[in-house]
Design a protein around this ligand. Structure first.
Ligand code: ZN
Ligand code: ZN
Length: 256
């Protein structure tokens, strides 16, 4: 199983960057986790979008869904329209949210008609080729779902989506082989606080602590603006984790 970072910016893109989008490939199956603004063009730079089997969305924030729109236009009006469109797995309520979004300028069904779209039940796993995806709800400003992806080897990649500190995510990510957590807030940001404050995002220190508590083997940080000191965040996370921490830079990839 190979994980490639198509985009990892937070709610506004880094210079020449893209928001959340992670390509997971195993054998001839390709799944895109999230499709934020900037992702579709970056994806096309390295992968034929017609070969995407499924897009799975963690939550309905703009930086995780907006490039479903150009992706839908490509599927609707671009070449190879006769090929089977990708599945689009949305969180509960996702179909209505996309209809509202597309209804601003045109047909409400643009995205759901271009893909084979449906809402997933977070209690039930999804299977794509040799990969199985399960979901775990995490604290955020809207309902959000972490995802665990297990490939043929049994190795497990966990994507924490956007989330605040969470005991349930610690359990969900327990003993993961590769854990990718957001580190949106700078240390000392007044918006960051304890779990009881429902901050909705993590600092680097909180990400490191969460990964250590989960016993994750490796930690990747994502969703950090290039206007922040990324290396400082990585160092702080590393101290809290007690092991090496990497940053999910655009274009980087990991094999499990
Ligand atoms: Zn986000
Ligand atoms: Zn979000």
């Amino acid at each position: 199983m190979e994980i490639t970072v198509i985009g990892s910016s937070p709610s506004w893109q880094d210079a020449d960057g893209a928001c959340s989008g992670y390509l997971i490939e195993e054998h001839d199956t390709a799944v895109l986790l999230d499709c934020g603004n900037g992702v579709f063009g970056k994806l096309r730079g390295r992968f034929d979008h017609h070969q995407i089997d499924a897009v799975v969305i963690s939550h309905m924030h703009a930086d995780h869904i907006l490039d479903l729109v150009p992706f839908a236009y490509a599927l609707t009006y671009g070449p190879n329209r006769e090929s089977k469109p990708p599945l689009l797995a949305l969180p509960p309520g996702g179909l209505a949210a996309l209809r509202s979004l597309c209804g601003v300028w045109g047909p409400e069904g643009l995205v759901e008609e271009a893909f084979r779209a449906s809402e997933y039940d977070p209690e039930k796993p999804l299977e794509f080729g040799s990969m199985t995806i399960t979901f775990g709800e995490v604290p955020h400003f809207v309902p959000a779902h972490a995802m665990s992806i297990v490939g043929q080897s049994g190795a497990r990649f966990v994507y924490g989506a956007d989330c605040g500190p969470s005991a349930s995510l610690v359990r969900f990510a327990e003993n993961s082989d590769l854990l990718m957590l957001e580190a949106t807030f700078a240390e000392g940001d007044p918006s960051a606080g304890a779990e009881s404050d429902s901050p909705g995002h993590l600092t680097g220190k909180q990400a490191g602590e969460l990964a250590a508590a989960a016993g994750a083997k490796r930690l990747l940080l994502t969703h950090i603006s290039d206007e922040r000191d990324v290396e400082q965040t990585r160092n702080i996370a590393e101290q809290a984790f007690g092991g090496p921490v990497e940053v999910a830079g655009q274009g980087s990839s990991w094999k499990l």
